[in-house]
Design a protein around this ligand. Structure first.
Ligand SMILES: Cc1cc2nc3c(=O)[nH]c(=O)nc-3n(C[C@H](O)[C@H](O)[C@H](O)COP(=O)(O)OP(=O)(O)OC[C@H]3O[C@@H](n4cnc5c(N)ncnc54)[C@H](O)[C@@H]3O)c2cc1C
Length: 473
């Protein structure tokens, strides 16, 4: 009996439970990728990520073909067309099963629910596997059986749950007997999926494919992991892994990353390698936000996690916002970071926090505008991590930064880019300035003055937050 494997953000052959389990069970596996125009529009998927997906599909089609697993691709306009499209494919191939790996934000859950109902009603069994997190959402609970709101407590429970497990990534699926009747998608068909969408080809920064993800993971572990805790906050240093785009499209799984780290530190969870502990902590942050979207689905409906913060009088000033988007705020570190984002589809984590706090706390612009703009540019755009990061920065989220602790972007710049190297790279009009002026330059002909007064806006935001009263449940 043939099985379909519906690929989404899990574009890899190894450690892919849906693909592996389908191949174990079936006599004949067909992989399907469905591009949905409405999904791209609703989620403001970045042209950089769309192109990254396209390049992954081209590579994966060849890898799957070598296992006699044809990759078929389809394009639909609306999300509601996905379930009928899958049913048609399954019926044409006389498939008895449809496998996929779970995705957790609300729209994705609803989409998968619709697929499950329609396929089951037509006698096709749906198998939902978990690959996006080590511990699937819903399984980390406190003593009262409730989800955690605070990261440190979540992390403790997560470690307690995972440490006894033997983590072993799955191998590639078994090679199948050839399915003579199914023609895999040609390269042109894959390219055509994206016709009419803007694509941003960034292969010079981000080559595609799971082999590239492993190469980066190995290099990072060998060269940077042990210093991670000391170097990760300095944007001029390549001190972080740069793996987020690969996690986002699923060419690397968290299990593969964690097992590689554990092999390096000889299985000593929380042992003597401070860099490894710190990096594991970041992977747990990643899981935390995946759990948050399931446990607090209001965050998927453009709502603040803390309802009382909805009363904050956010501003909708397009002039300030455009200056921020374009990296023309007159605050060098903010401008350098935004220009890095616009050019490379990626931004350093420290700077994501700095620019998000600047937008929400100094410009007082609604965090949802920033969230959307990030998604429209990020090659690693991931709803859960992005929403979590924005709500943290805006002090509206779970375990958010307290509203009175507002980063001063100039002090952050002095601390984390002390010689102005990062600023000089991305804001060349300031390159000639000495270190003492580069973080807060004097008036110049070719560089704007700050678009907001940092001290006054900070004071005003704290005062406005202080007036918000928590809503009683
Ligand atoms: C406002 C804001 C928006 C963000 N949007 C995204 C997003 O859309 N997609 C995304 O993957 N990350 C997002 N992050 C988290 C973080 O900035 C990036 O994951 C990180 O910069 C990626 O670089 P790296 O792979 O070198 O990270 P490393 O430092 O090497 O960390 C390893 C991995 O851990 C995960 N991770 C690290 N920090 C975080 C974090 N704070 N929250 C969740 N996961 C984390 C990522 O998967 C990352 O690849 C956002 C953070 C903020 C503050």
């Amino acid at each position: 009996m043939t099985s379909l494997v519906w690929l989404r953000h899990d574009l890899r052959i190894h450690d892919n439970p849906a693909l592996y389990n389908a191949a174990e069970l079936a006599q004949g596996v067909v992989a399907v990728y469905i591009h949905c125009d409405a999904y791209v529009r609703l989620h403001t998927i970045a042209p950089a990520q769309l192109d990254f997906v396209r390049r992954h599909l081209l590579i994966m089609a060849g890898e799957l073909a070598s296992l006699n697993i044809p990759l078929l691709v389809f394009r639909v306009k609306e999300t509601s067309e996905i379930a009928p499209a899958l049913l048609r494919i399954a019926q044409r191939l006389q498939a008895g099963y449809c496998y996929f790996n779970a995705e957790y934000p609300l729209n994705e859950l609803n989409r998968d629910h619709a697929v499950n109902q329609l396929l089951r009603a037509n006698g096709i069994l749906v198998k939902r596997c978990h690959d996006r997190c080590i511990v699937p959402p819903g399984m980390i609970r406190n003593g009262q059986g409730e989800p955690y709101k605070i990261f440190t407590a979540f992390k403790k429970k997560w470690l307690h749950t995972v440490m006894p497990l033997t983590l072993k990534p799955l191998p590639a699926p078994a090679r199948q007997a050839a399915l003579a009747t199914v023609q895999p998608a040609a390269r042109d068909e894959i390219d055509q999926l994206f016709a009419g969408h803007e694509l941003h080809e960034l292969s010079a920064f981000w080559p595609a494919g799971e082999q590239e993800a492993y190469r980066r993971l190995d290099l990072f572990i060998e060269q940077s992991l042990s210093h991670y805790q000391d170097q990760r906050d300095f944007p001029a240093i390549e001190g972080t892994s740069g793996l987020s785009p690969y996690f986002a499209v699923g060419s690397l799984s968290p299990r593969q990353a964690i097992t590689a780290v554990l092999a390096y530190i000889r299985g000593e969870w929380e042992g003597g390698n401070a860099g490894a502990n710190c990096w594991l902590g970041e992977l747990i942050w990643r899981e935390f936000y995946q759990h948050v979207v399931v446990d607090y689905p209001q965050v998927c409906k453009r709502k603040a996690m803390q309802p009382h913060t909805e009363a904050f009088p956010w501003r909708y000033d397009k002039t300030l916002f455009t200056a921020w988007c374009e990296g023309k705020t007159g605050i060098p570190i903010v401008d350098a970071a935004m220009r890095q984002l616009n050019a490379t589809g990626w931004m350093h984590n420290r700077l994501r926090m700095v620019v998000a706090m600047f937008l929400t706390k100094n410009c007082q612009i609604d965090w949802r505008w920033g969230e959307d703009y990030f998604m429209s540019q990020l090659i690693d755009g991931d709803f859960a991590a992005n929403n979590g990061g924005w709500q943290w920065s805006a002090s509206t989220g779970t375990d958010a930064a307290p509203y009175f602790r507002i980063f001063n972007p100039v002090s952050q710049s002095e601390r984390f880019d002390p010689n102005g190297e990062f600023i000089r790279k991305w804001v060349p009009e300031l390159a000639h300035l000495p270190n003492k002026h580069i973080h807060n330059p004097p008036a110049l002909d070719n560089y704007p003055r700050p678009i907001v007064d940092l001290a006054a806006s900070r004071k005003d935001t704290i005062a406005r937050f202080a007036q918000l009263l928590p809503v009683k449940p």
